[in-house]
Design a protein around this ligand. Structure first.
Ligand code: ZN
Length: 320
């Protein structure tokens, strides 16, 4: 199987037929159907291609069409899966990556960076302000039950794994040659923005934050530079600090590199905010003034493509 990317679009030739799940609109029964060219009837050896948010299906004779079950999101997931675990077998059941409901492992699309996860030692309680210490304790021991940076990194991964395969702007921005590193640092930027805004807003439960605030932070050059110097203090025996590798990258990366990670992070938030506003408008009858709650992080939980094993532990482990 050949795989090719042009203009950051995905092109994926598949052997055999491609089946997708569909729903009978009267009985709501689910069934599998082949993707089939309406002009020549071809069902085998199709090429799947993405274009912005939608997918193109191309038969061996060059006829192209669209199918509601083959969106760009699903084709990007399938492409990522093929790249990760190899060519799907000839059985159509293995092509369900095209089906949104079939789910997919986010690590296919956003690989975890393979590197030591050693965490920076938490600051001494005496060396941080009483307010920040109390805020960190509130997060670790209170309702969220996690120190603020740990919560922030969970949400950073949730936001990126949602936006990356779905948002064509973000997809086009992320460089493929160092995908794991760039994706990781974009998550660090997102995490720091959520962490710092959570402190500014005096809330230790970060899921109550609106998506708008960290986006404003990431679109402002001065605030970006401040963000680069943020070093979460964490707590002894609980964790909540950066990885050593991340601390070093933040200290040593070039201004252009930092700006690039911030640009992608802003794109992730922007795509998530757009989706949240569409959802909120649908829920509230299309009113111009949307309730603020519609754009809060907590509303993104249902959309998060996060594997259980990635839950609150993917970033680092507590420091003993
Ligand atoms: Zn055809």
């Amino acid at each position: 199987m050949k795989q090719r990317e042009e203009r950051c679009e995905v092109e994926l030739p598949v052997r055999g037929s491609v089946s997708v799940w569909d729903t009978d609109p009267l009985t709501y029964g689910r069934y599998l159907r082949d993707l089939r060219c309406a002009r020549c009837g071809a069902v085998e050896d199709l090429v799947l291609r993405t274009r912005d948010t939608w997918g193109l299906l191309i038969c061996p004779q060059g006829h192209a069409w669209r199918d509601p079950a083959a969106k760009a999101f699903g084709i990007r997931l399938l492409y990522a899966r093929v790249r990760k675990i190899g060519q799907p077998g000839p059985h159509h059941d293995e092509l369900r990556g095209l089906d949104r409901d079939a789910g997919a492992s986010p690590s296919w699309v956003v690989p975890l960076l393979s590197e030591p996860r050693d965490a920076v030692a938490p600051d001494d309680d005496a060396s941080i302000s009483a307010a920040r210490l109390q805020w960190t304790i509130d997060g670790a021991l209170g309702e969220p039950d996690q120190p603020p940076l740990t919560q922030a990194m969970y949400w950073a991964r949730a936001l990126l794994t949602w936006a990356f395969p779905r948002d064509p702007v973000t997809w086009a921005m992320v460089k493929r040659e160092q995908l794991a590193l760039d994706a990781h640092m974009v998550m660090v930027v997102l995490g720091l923005a959520l962490y710092e805004y959570g402190y500014a807003a005096s809330t230790a439960d970060l899921q109550t934050l609106p998506l708008t605030a960290p986006l404003e932070m990431l679109e402002d050059t001065e605030q970006r530079n401040l963000l680069r110097r943020v070093r979460p203090s964490g707590l002894q025996r609980v964790g909540g600090t950066l990885r050593v590798t991340d601390r070093d990258r933040l200290a040593n990366c070039s201004p252009a590199q930092w700006a690039y990670w911030c640009d992608v992070a802003a794109s992730v938030l922007s795509a998530s905010l757009q989706d949240a506003r569409i959802d909120a408008a649908a829920e509230h009858g299309g009113r111009v003034e949307l309730p603020d709650a519609g754009t809060r992080l907590s509303r993104r939980r249902d959309k998060a493509d996060i594997a259980p094993e990635d839950w609150y532990t993917w970033y680092t482990v507590p420091v003993e």
